[in-house]
Design a protein around this ligand. Structure first.
Ligand SMILES: [Zn+2]
Length: 203
């Protein structure tokens, strides 16, 4: 008879016996109500891979094309995200530049590339080089990915700038909006239990 497996609540550390769930079901902590685990559809990680690949393409577009174009008294200017980071750095706001770079470029890139790498390897039935540390790393840096906060800040700035300049939303602005949705979709579809189970079973 197999020994029972236990699941610790990530919020309050209470141990629960792992029991099978129906598809779409989820188990919650009996003490604090936090989600313990869920029974995702069998193709959950295939869908997560599709969302992650789409997000990778959107991420490239969002960083290559201008976010916004401004026209003031006949002068036209446009800026990409990395261009804005460079301007902040050159203007002496180095801490802000570093924060923008880390939260809107570095962490989302690491999260997307890492997740895609692991999911492609799992889809091919392979373990994938460094899959375990990559999954741990993704979990630890995830709170520092703030594309949605950045997007909200850009929208507020555009509304304020519209009083003094002609504002033209760039391709990257729409890409960031779609990127935010696809990162959330990939994270929501991703089934970590299935990934860890497959990693444990793969030599
Ligand atoms: Zn709990």
């Amino acid at each position: 008879m197999p020994s029972p497996t236990f699941v610790a609540c990530l919020e309050c550390d209470l141990l629960h016996r792992h029991t099978p769930l129906p598809h779409g079901g989820e188990a919650r902590c009996t003490r604090c109500g936090a989600r313990l685990y869920r029974c995702a559809p069998p193709d959950a990680n295939e869908r997560a891979l599709a969302f992650a690949l789409t997000a990778c393409v959107l991420f490239v577009i969002a960083n290559v094309y201008p976010i916004v174009g401004l026209e003031v008294q006949g002068m036209h200017n446009s800026a990409t995200l990395i261009g804005a980071v460079e301007s902040l750095w050159d203007d002496g706001a180095r801490m802000v530049a570093a924060l923008v770079f880390v939260t809107t470029i570095l962490v989302p890139a690491v999260e997307l590339i890492g997740l895609t790498w692991v999911l492609v390897a799992l889809r091919q039935g392979a373990r994938g080089r460094g899959a375990v540390p990559i999954l741990h790393f993704i979990e630890s840096v995830k709170p520092w990915g703030m594309v949605e906060v950045f997007l909200l800040g850009v929208l507020v700035s555009l509304v304020k700038l519209a009083h003094i300049a002609t504002v033209e939303p760039g391709v990257a602005l729409f890409s960031f909006g779609a990127l935010m949705a696809f990162i959330a979709a990939a994270a929501s579809a991703f089934d970590p239990d299935a990934a860890w189970t497959q990693l444990d079973a793969t030599p």
